[in-house]
Design a protein around this ligand. Structure first.
Ligand SMILES: *Cc1c(COP(=O)(O)O)cnc(C)c1O
Length: 350
């Protein structure tokens, strides 16, 4: 069969999405299905919608455009602040965008007026992870400005934790978001219908609470696609961790010394420490490498150890035969790189 390839099991993705939607619905939280890791795959997007996600989110407007072209019908949210150079595309294809810069929102307003659209804004608030978001102290003034802009509607507030600094979503930071929503609603006599508390890293917080305050939305990618929460990379009870796997083919199999010989300088990708000498070992090479995936994010079947990788070669310890295939579970970074490599094909099993 064609290799390397990502095998995508739509039934398992549906199961994962359905389960998370059910658990969060009990807590008054809707799920935005995040499709960026699968480049806005329309097959996967349709499965997420069937499983009950309330909307789709992607960080790239091109992916949203692609899903619309493939007749995926859903509320589309751009979950990264728009580039000024893309505001026309954004108001054309996304119903809502996440924002943290007034200059950008201003240009979205102008772009939306040109095509007579109303564009929704979720204002991102910084709560400690130091990625996107306005500082809470600037919230009042920013909201006042947004409310003045034509063809722009402030749909709600959001925050994003864990991704950059590893800040854990907690009772404290989630309560702060709830209070900010309350205070804005009171001050400006408006009601905010979206309070988006975060990503897959928020699951532990959400599932261990029966009262989630004003938070009524989470944006989930990794938890649905890989069945894991990103804080400790633990598998989530009842979810599949192998809904998407990576398959590569063996191109060499030899008995070789465990230690290299000669004098040593840098490898193709920097320094490598010397392994302990274990005599001769079974060494296999797979036709996949750093150009195609993140080898450190591959989880091999038991009995197979990953020894190293270069651009086009993955070296494993195992007695494998040439032409045979090995299936790996993937983490987020291995998945994203494999998805974006033109050399890795996608095989979708429905
Ligand atoms: C990528 C992303 C998500 C989804 O994150 P997962 O960990 O895959 O659930 C949610 N929100 C924002 C702003 C993102 O960039």
């Amino acid at each position: 069969m064609i290799a390397p390839r990502l095998e995508i099991n739509l039934k398992k993705i549906h199961h994962n999405a359905r389960k998370l939607v059910e658990l969060l619905t009990e807590r008054g939280i809707s799920v935005t299905g995040v499709t960026k890791a699968v480049l806005g795959s329309h097959e996967i997007a349709k499965v997420l919608l069937k499983a009950g996600v309330s909307s789709l989110g992607d960080s790239r407007i091109e992916n949203i455009e692609g899903m619309k072209d493939a007749s995926v019908s859903a509320t589309m949210t751009l979950i990264r602040s728009p580039m000024l150079s893309q505001v026309d595309q954004v108001v054309n294809h996304a119903d809502v965008s996440f924002n943290s810069e007034l200059r950008v929102i201003h240009q979205l307003s102008i772009a939306a007026q040109k095509i007579n659209h109303i564009h929704g804004i979720v204002l991102m608030v910084e709560l400690g992870d130091l990625r996107e978001g306005i500082m809470p102290a600037d919230l009042n003034n920013t909201v006042r400005e947004i409310l003045r802009l034509p063809n722009i509607i402030l749909r709600g507030l959001g925050t994003n934790l864990a991704c950059r600094s590893g800040t854990i979503p907690s009772t404290e930071n989630m309560s702060e978001l709830s209070s900010l929503v309350d205070s804005i609603e009171t001050k400006y006599r408006i009601s905010l219908d979206i309070v988006s508390g975060g990503n897959s890293a928020n699951l532990a917080w959400a599932l261990s609470n029966t009262n989630c305050g004003r938070i009524n939305n989470l944006r989930l990618g990794e938890a649905i696609l890989l069945g894991r929460e990103p804080l400790h990379r633990q598998s989530i009870d009842g979810l599949y961790t192998d809904a998407i796997t990576l398959v590569a083919e063996v191109i060499e199999s030899k008995l070789k010394p465990s230690q290299p010989w000669g004098e040593f300088a840098q490898t193709a990708f920097g320094k490598k420490r010397l392994e302990a000498d274990r005599g001769n070992i079974s060494q296999g090479i797979l036709a996949i490498g750093i150009q195609d995936t993140d080898p450190s994010g591959l989880d091999p079947p038991s009995g197979i150890n990953i020894l190293g990788a270069s651009s086009d070669h993955l070296i494993v310890e195992s007695d494998v035969s040439v032409g045979s295939e090995i299936t790996f579970q993937v983490n987020y970074s291995a998945l994203v790189r494999a998805m974006t490599s033109p050399f890795v094909k996608n095989i979708i099993n429905s």
